[in-house]
Design a protein around this ligand. Structure first.
Ligand code: DAH
Length: 339
């Protein structure tokens, strides 16, 4: 038995293979269930007790040797294969297709840029908010009907936790930790429980602006609005303010711009009026200042909020709101030039 083992050890030591198939047949010959080494293992039962130790050791030596040998031959083959398959570094590059920025991002960036030139800095807050920051701190009374103006998504089992329905919550987030002067611009996603159609979605995007300091007046608001409208829609754009109501501003207004599709002559988009509404605004309600730790006797402020989808529609006439969230690359490609 010992001689047989030794003979196999010699054989294994001398093994060579020139192809993967050959290597596999060697593995089968020595290491498989029906291979030579397993045959010897079976014979081991018949070895007399006093020789078992020596024969056992030799047998193990053979087995390890055979495994090592086959493995090292296999590695050598794989290394050869890797060299053969190495990429051709002299080939010219693939044409790399550039992506395009999302239209809502293009417009959002433009709005931010315009407001930053006026000294506003970026601020943000969470989309999953509490009732306080979205409603109470913005002067919506507990049973105020204005809370129904917005269809809110509540987090089940936590009625106090909601998805923010407007970016006005960021006003409160900033004011509670900052004393004036405050001049912020806050873009972000908001959620409302609406059935999805071509003109409504359960999430959309807004930009909020807030300016609080000593002696901030409605005149400042009006100038900022005019400057924004003309930079966004062209120097001939006109604005008009209509009285409105929001719990967090007093007085409140809605701003229309002269329809930039027909230039104010009247078309389907502006329903023949020559004007389109683009944002809500007003002087920050003294209650809002006080609720957020700012002295309303010393400071005044203005705020405004607009929907990014609406501004984008005006600029690019996207007829179906759902296009913004479907990410059809053919739609996104249309904005290549605007990038
Ligand atoms: N939060 C209002 C909305 O979602 C928009 C708005 C109106 C924001 C007036 C303001 C504002 O800051 O002053 O409809």
């Amino acid at each position: 038995m010992l001689e047989k083992i030794q003979q196999l050890i010699n054989e294994v030591n001398a093994l060579k293979a020139t192809s993967a198939e050959e290597l596999e047949s060697l593995r089968l010959k020595y290491l498989s269930k029906k291979g030579a080494i397993n045959d010897l293992m079976a014979d081991f039962r018949n070895v007399p007790a006093e020789q078992k130790r020596e024969v056992g050791q030799k047998l193990n030596e053979l087995k390890t040797l055979a495994q090592d040998k086959i493995n090292s031959l296999k590695e050598a083959f794989e290394a050869q294969k890797a060299v053969a398959e190495k990429p051709d570094l002299t080939r010219t590059a693939y044409p790399v297709e550039l992506g395009t920025r999302h239209p809502l991002n293009i417009v959002k960036n433009e709005i931010i840029e315009i407001f930053s030139r006026l000294g506003f800095v970026l601020a943000d807050g969470p989309e999953v908010e509490d009732d306080w920051h979205v409603f109470s701190a913005m002067n919506f009374a507990e049973d105020h009907p204005a809370r129904d103006m917005q269809d809110t998504f509540f987090v089940e089992a936590h009625p106090d936790i909601i998805l923010r329905t407007h970016t006005s919550s960021v006003q409160s987030r900033v004011m509670e930790v900052t004393q004036p002067p405050i001049r912020i611009i806050c873009p972000g996603r908001v959620y409302r429980n609406e059935a999805i159609s071509y003109r409504a979605h359960c999430f959309f995007h807004q930009v909020e602006a807030l300016y609080v300091d000593r002696n901030v007046s409605f005149t400042d608001l009006k100038q900022v609005l005019l400057s924004f409208a003309q930079q966004m829609f062209g120097p001939d754009t006109k604005i008009r303010l209509r009285p409105s109501y929001f719990p967090f501003t007093e007085p409140s207004a809605e701003m229309d711009i002269s329809c930039n599709i027909c230039g104010g002559k009247g078309c389907a988009f502006c329903k023949g009026t020559g004007w389109v509404e683009i944002l809500g605004c007003g002087m920050v309600h003294p209650n809002v200042l006080e609720l957020n730790g700012i002295n309303s006797k010393e400071y005044t402020g203005f705020a405004l909020g607009m929907g990014i989808e609406r501004i984008t529609n005006l600029k690019y006439q996207v007829k179906d709101l759902r296009m913004f969230s479907e990410n059809d690359v053919r739609f996104l490609k249309e904005f290549e030039a605007a990038n």
